[in-house]
Design a binder for this molecule. Structure first.
Ligand code: FEO
Length: 172
């Protein structure tokens, strides 16, 4: 099924938002690294890589359906320097919530346009967003439990730094 121009534009906007998420996580990784929290920085940078996987999934979908994806303007991340570890992950969660809502809106647009072919991909993304929000929320909860216990923060940092590295070529 050929995509309508409006649906292609909606996908382009989502591609741009995923790449903006990539930049946001990269800046958050810098904020963590600037505080010598190298495990958190590695986790955040890996998350940035996953956002490229997400953008590629949308790009490939548009290409596979014979349309032409176009990347839009990627805004600089709105991240102030000097965020605490808690604020870093709260900023990550806020961005994930924005992405989740954009995907719900894309789903609404596709269903009202009768674009059934996009639905399986969007289901994958709806599940993915539930998982990503949950993972970041868990980290926020643990940082809140740690409070200002430096050794607890270092243990969490080490744990996050041991996250498995997946290829950016397939995010399945
Ligand atoms: Fe592509 Fe983290 O959402």
């Amino acid at each position: 099924m050929k995509m309508s121009d409006d649906i292609v534009q909606a996908f382009n906007d989502q591609i741009t938002l995923e790449l903006t998420a990539d930049m946001t996580y990269r800046q958050l990784a810098i904020e963590a690294d600037a505080q010598d929290l190298s495990g958190m920085a590695a986790w955040l940078r890996h998350q940035a890589d996953e956002e490229i996987v997400h953008a590629n999934k949308f790009i490939d979908h548009v290409l596979d359906r014979g349309s032409h994806p176009r990347i839009g303007t990627i805004k600089a991340p709105e991240i102030e320097p000097g965020l605490s570890p808690l604020e870093i992950f709260q900023a990550a969660l806020a961005h994930e919530e924005k992405v989740s809502e954009a995907i719900r809106q894309l789903y609404r647009s596709c269903t009202s346009a009768g674009d059934i072919d996009a639905i399986p991909l969007l289901h994958w993304f709806i599940d993915e967003q539930i998982e990503e929000e949950s993972t970041v929320s868990d980290i926020i909860g643990r940082i809140q439990l740690i409070d200002d216990d430096g050794s607890g923060l270092l243990r969490l940092d080490a744990e996050l730094g041991s996250r498995d590295v997946e290829s950016t070529e397939n995010g399945d």
